[in-house]
Design a protein around this ligand. Structure first.
Ligand code: ZN
Length: 709
């Protein structure tokens, strides 16, 4: 995952957050020289002075930063001189320095090391930041200057990056509705407000529905098969809810992890049905009317903005550009994914039959028997693997090593850069010629005050115009070892490290003039490409052999264990690809509805959408059903869920190029860095990719590496 501070996605998310977080806290702290954000940091790379920053410093700094940026923007808009690139775009890029440095640091600590003060600050700032974005994007005078330059852009002899800045900025304004008449803007605001309210309703209802969907029983036998830890958690959950016996809460996905363990088939079916119908009980928590109306509003808003449907509006600034491209991609992949899933289903049915199950595989059986097949086929024992993956060793001899072999960069740990939490490590990254390139922070261990998952972002954005080098961080949630014990991680954690460092490299190599186009400031259907690409090196023989060594003896991992890891890595690929594709198709089908389409019946719509796309497999339901698909109704991912698989395609296609051009070599790495990783969003991304790859991306490599044929 990646946080994109300056993208349109962040804008959408910020606007969506408005209604969730009205707190009424007053901003009374004054902002002055005693605030550590007042001046540009004097630390190397302008690193944030975390040793001097107090929780109370963020809010006044961010608010003063918004006020400063607004003043700067108003000055640009009010300029009496005719609009030029130099008197409009350059000062726009230079504006908001205080806001950027305060907000980047704030986002880092509020995501990875939060507390009540930071949470209250977050709640207070969210609506202010959304209003701030609106004030810029709906400033008519500013847009008139941007549009005037945009119309003349080909006569201005701009360099390619400046031309791209004009085009991207103009598109962002248009995307936000700047081109509309006053009445159009008023209508847009109405749509946005209604969508935001409905999204909020959806979220509230879904939260309650998910809570109510928990499975409760006093009969321990019904839960036979659960590990002692999970059973204890279920007893604890029951106590927490003042319920009798055991409670198994629902997770947000259709499939529930406990289904892999529970032996009683009837219990499995009940839990599955609880999940599948959680928001469809016709009660106060039913979300179906809400989502049907959200889809309709989005279609109407798209029409207002001049697009045939919401997906066309959303994809207009993405790499895929049109819903048709994304739909074609998905329909090419669907038969391959379902074909592999059907082969997995046959293996699973065989396991059921061998067990004398006497039933036909259903969705609630899949996880349990897939686990059995996995054990029989691959026999991979996690505890035998972990001693070969000591965190610090994986970082320096795996993740850094692969980057060194490919790009020639080197790393040196710095102990004197202030951090926001003692577990955080900081490395200086040096270029091939020894020049300082970036700072890299890593914060890998799980804490109670850290968001779940793993992500990357910037503390300082790279820009040659601003004279800033990138300061990057990776955050994850690996188990904290007992004091004095080594941190031994799983292979999937190893993959996470390579993934997040792939994002980090996209930031570290950023070499652009404009901050708005720098590093990971790319569309959603591109940004997960460098990260998923970098995952490929984790199992690359030369890299793997370099880091997968026993933490006590230094011995390499036995060949048979390596083989098992490789085989297990692809197991269940058919199922997981199919369930994600089905969800992505639902997302896209909902969002290609036109403005004049009638209000849909969600169950009927969903059934037809899955049938039409050949993804209506009873044993493999979509990863999220329409009625509980949080990503698309509340989290800013609408018409964007396909990006997960699209970027997998790019990653595999790109790795195939390396694979057929000598693999892990400096020549290959340098070329990729020069043509892709350093370029941010400075070029049309489809063109950028094709220029580097020599052809358009295709699913062929995906078929090969994921064993889909
Ligand atoms: Zn990612």
């Amino acid at each position: 995952m990646v946080y994109q501070a300056k993208s349109a996605w962040a804008l959408v998310a910020a606007i969506a957050a408005v209604t969730q977080s009205q707190t009424g806290l007053a901003a009374d702290a004054a902002f002055g020289p005693s605030n550590p954000f007042y001046e540009t940091s004097i630390l190397p790379f302008q690193a944030p002075p975390f040793d001097r920053i107090k929780d109370e410093d963020y809010r006044p700094a961010v608010e003063a930063g918004m006020a400063q940026e607004l003043k700067q923007i108003e000055a640009i808009a009010a300029n009496v001189a005719a609009p030029t690139f130099a008197n409009t775009f350059i000062p726009m890029e230079q504006s908001g320095a205080l806001l950027a440095r305060a907000l980047n640091s704030f986002r880092a600590v509020s995501g990875a090391n939060t507390n009540p003060v930071l949470q209250a600050t977050d709640a207070a700032l969210a609506p202010e930041l959304a209003a701030h974005q609106d004030a810029i994007y709906l400033n008519d005078k500013l847009f008139a200057r941007v549009a005037s330059i945009y119309k003349r852009r080909h006569t201005l002899k701009l360099d390619p990056e400046s031309l791209r800045l004009v085009e991207v900025t103009y598109a962002n304004f248009v995307h936000a509705g700047a081109n509309l008449s006053a009445s159009g803007k008023a209508q847009l605001k109405k749509f946005n407000a209604e969508e935001s309210t409905l999204s909020n309703t959806f979220q509230t209802r879904l939260l309650a529905a998910t809570k109510d969907g928990a499975y409760q029983t006093t009969d321990k036998d019904k839960l036979a098969g659960l590990t002692p830890a999970r059973l204890a958690a279920a007893a604890e959950a029951a106590r927490g809810r003042k319920a009798l016996g055991y409670v198994v809460p629902l997770q947000n996905t259709t499939q529930q992890p406990v289904l892999a363990e529970i032996q009683d088939r009837a219990t499995r079916e009940v839990i599955f049905q609880n999940s599948w119908t959680r928001a469809e009980h016709g009660d106060a928590n039913d979300t179906r009317d809400t989502i049907a109306r959200i889809a309709q509003i989005r279609a109407q808003r798209a029409a207002l903005l001049g697009f045939p449907n919401h997906a066309a509006w959303t994809l207009s600034d993405q790499m895929a550009k049109t819903p048709e491209t994304a739909l074609q991609f998905m329909s090419a992949l669907a038969p391959l994914a379902t074909g592999k899933a059907m082969r997995e289903a046959a293996d699973i049915q065989a396991a059921i039959d061998a067990d004398h199950g006497g039933f036909k595989l259903a969705a609630w059986d899949w996880e349990r028997y897939a686990e059995q097949v996995r054990k029989e086929k691959y026999d991979l024992d996690e505890s035998a693997v972990r001693p070969y993956f000591e965190l610090g060793n994986v970082l320096e001899n795996g993740v850094f090593y692969a980057a060194h072999q490919l790009y020639g960069i080197t790393f040196k740990e710095l102990k004197d850069i202030p951090v926001y939490q003692p577990d955080v490590r900081v490395f200086e990254v040096f270029d091939v010629d020894g020049r300082p390139l970036a700072l890299f922070y890593c914060d890998y261990f799980k804490r109670d005050n850290k968001n779940g998952g793993a992500w990357m972002s910037n503390l300082v954005d790279q820009s040659t115009l601003l004279g800033t080098l990138p300061v990057i961080y990776n955050v994850a949630n690996f188990p904290q070892p007992a004091p004095g014990e080594p941190a031994l991680i799983s292979f999937s954690d190893v993959i996470t490290m390579f993934h997040e460092f792939g994002h980090a490299l996209h930031g570290i190599f950023a070499d652009t003039r404009y901050r708005s186009l720098s590093g990971t400031a790319t569309p959603r259907d591109f940004v997960e490409f460098p990260s998923q690409f970098n995952e490929h090196w984790a199992l690359y023989p030369e890299v793997f052999a370099h880091y997968a060594r026993h933490y006590q003896t230094g011995a390499p991992m036995p060949a048979e264990l390596v083989e098992k890891i490789k085989k297990a890595a692809n197991s269940g690929e058919g199922y997981s690809l199919t369930e994600v594709l089905a969800a992505a198709e639902l997302d896209m089908q909902w969002h290609v509805l036109s403005a004049d389409a009638p209000l849909q019946n969600p169950d009927e719509f969903e059934k037809q959408a899955l049938r039409k796309t050949h993804l209506d497999l009873a044993a493999i339901p979509p990863r999220y059903r329409s009625s509980y698909f949080m990503h698309i109704w509340a989290n800013g991912y609408s018409a964007g869920y396909y990006a997960y698989i699209w970027t997998q395609m790019l990653a595999d296609d790109a790795f195939e190029w390396f694979d057929t051009h000598g693999g892990l070599t400096r020549a290959n790495g340098d070329r990729f860095r020069r043509m892709v990783l350093s370029r941010g969003n400075t070029q049309d991304l489809e063109k950028l990719y094709v220029d580097w790859r020599g052809k358009s991306p295709s699913v062929d490599a995906m078929i090969k590496y994921r064993d889909l044929q």
